[in-house]
Design a protein around this ligand. Structure first.
Ligand code: URA
Length: 212
């Protein structure tokens, strides 16, 4: 697993406003979108290109375009949806799949409650998006779910990560899967409720309001 922490003054500034508990949901959603675009710029660095002959108004030339098959963006519901808009702005030709996974707050087990993904992901570069890499349980389960469908190039884009979650990814992911993790920051630790500290609270609630 390869970790990339995006280091940029714009990311640091936006992240501080995002973390502030007084930031309203509307601003929070905009900031998530902006931060994910800055992260996606780094996360898409390894996309394969092919030649594309074109004619400019002045001369013919051979340009570049993203090589098929089309990349796949997979937000993990619910909080990952908040990152979809920014990802699609940067990668408008990508396809979008959905994976509904959540943590049982009592047992901390991962439950898959929805999926809308192609059966065959062979050769596809998958961008798995979820704002909070906390225990790593959801992400490990999601990565193996995608790998069972043939994905071997998986880039996870998270806003914040906890060291505990990164360690778990390192230990639990099948080494045959090429996993890259792009984050805006690695925080200090997880608290007893598995929240990232200092973190930003419950990302889903801050994006969409609390649902009981
Ligand atoms: N999920 C969240 O939304 N926040 C955390 O701090 C940890 C997991």
């Amino acid at each position: 697993m390869e970790l990339h922490v995006v280091s940029h003054p714009l990311v640091d500034h936006k992240l501080t406003v995002l973390r502030d508990k007084n930031t309203p949901s509307s601003t929070f959603r905009e900031l998530v979108s902006e931060i994910v675009m800055l992260e996606a710029y780094e996360a898409t660095r390894d996309l394969l290109l092919e030649d594309k002959p074109i004619e400019t108004p002045v001369a013919p030339m051979v340009g570049k375009r993203i090589a098929p098959p089309r990349p796949m963006i997979v937000p993990i519901l619910r909080a990952g949806l908040g990152m979809l808009d920014g990802m699609m702005k940067l990668l408008p030709t990508a396809e979008v799949g959905f994976l509904g996974m959540k943590r049982d707050e009592q047992t901390l087990d991962i439950i898959t409650y929805a999926n809308r993904l192609p059966d065959d992901l062979t050769g596809r570069h998958v961008f798995l998006v979820d704002p909070m890499l906390a225990t790593g349980g959801t992400l490990v389960a999601a990565i193996h779910y995608l790998a069972e469908r043939g994905a071997r190039e998986i880039t996870c884009i998270d806003i914040l990560a906890a060291p505990e979650g990164l360690k778990r990814l390192e230990q639990d992911i099948n080494p045959d899967i090429n996993v890259r993790v792009v984050v805006a920051a690695v925080d200090d630790h997880l608290n007893e409720k598995a929240y990232i500290v200092p973190g930003l609270g419950d990302a889903g609630d801050r994006l969409y309001g609390v649902v009981d």
